[in-house]
Design a protein around this ligand. Sequence first.
Ligand code: UD1
Ligand code: UDP
Length: 367
Amino acid sequence: MKIMTIFGTRPEGIKVAPVIQEMANHLEIDSVIVNTGQHKEMLDQVLDLFDITPTYNLEVMKAGQSLGELNSVLIEKISKVIEIEQPDYVFVHGDTATTFAGAFSAYVHQIPVGHIEAGLRTNNIYSPFPEEVNRQLVGRIAIDHFAPTNKNKENLLKENIDANNIHVVGNTVIDALLNISERKNNLSDKLNHLLSNNKRTILLTTHRRENLDDLHSVYRAIQRITDSYEDVQVIFPIHKNPVIREKAQEIIGENPRVHLIDPLEYEQFVHLMKQAYLIITDSGGIQEEAPGLGIPVLVARDTTERPEGVEAGTLLLVGTDEDKIVEEVERLLSNPKDYQTMSGIQNPFGQGDTAKKIVNYVKMKFK
Ligand code: UD1
Ligand code: UDP
């Protein structure tokens, strides 16, 4: 059976890697790997780490590309590859433009789609934007919905998806995280030096499109926190999006206790997360990883499709309001009891066997 896996951004790469690696263990699977190249440097790091060589590199990334342009070029290029390969089944992951375009292109060629990380919802179509609509639309198209949690399954049932087609299997991010976090620390000398200077480290990442106009408020909060706490430093591996890089440089670029660095290779990022005092982020994937590592996360978003981490107590939604961020960070910096409450290790997203479950299911389907 020929199975095509389509992905294109850093988080998709991290989360499909365990599935691609698992498929390689099954001789009867002819695995066609399609990297749309929606991300370039940030995804290349992931491919190197997991030793994945795509069958196709579609190289769609262009600076300043609009969402309309991105979606149309993705559909055009993915469709061509589907026509050449004629796969029996297509895997897509998550909620990016690549996810939607991959599922839609498979649909127009009447090829069944398996959606990995299905059923995450905020039910607000502009938050996150455009991810909420991407995943809802893929939910209409997919034949198999690999849901990380029971809550995700419930979301799908509310949309009248047939229960027989929903498989609660955990999230492949835990497979990737467990694999990588066992490796020994390979941080650069510069980062190891920073982490051994007796300061508490706040790890920061921001990239959400709906937050781009509010980033100054997040960065000003960072400025105020480092002004007030001499024993605090911030490490900020900045997303490659030039809009984010310019804003960060403008507001916190000169701050000696804020370290703006390039995106880290996943293995290094995991080691950095483990050593952080707390994380401030608008990332989806980090909201899943941090509970497993016991690191408190302030989520710089108004909504989350990952309520499991909030219920587990590791995540706190703080939005992008400057005062609110400062208030919550100060609370965690100065109140050890509150800090302890948020740092218990919890893992609501699986046991590290998700990829195996997904591949076994699809294999049985074609028997
Ligand atoms: C995309 C996804 C988002 C996902 C995020 C993960 C969409 C619409 N958005 O958002 O769902 O959460 O990835 O990070 O699918 N760039 C580089 N090099 C890279 C990567 C990006 O230069 O390796 C720059 C390019 O100028 C690119 C811009 O960043 O145009 C934005 O990338 P894009 O994929 O459009 O959106 P993200 O904000 O990364
Ligand atoms: N990540 C990484 N290097 C970094 C920052 C993040 O490898 O410098 C990883 C992180 O551990 C998580 C994923 O990238 O697995 C999240 O990607 P991102 O925040 O870009 O996307 P999202 O998860 O929000 O879609």
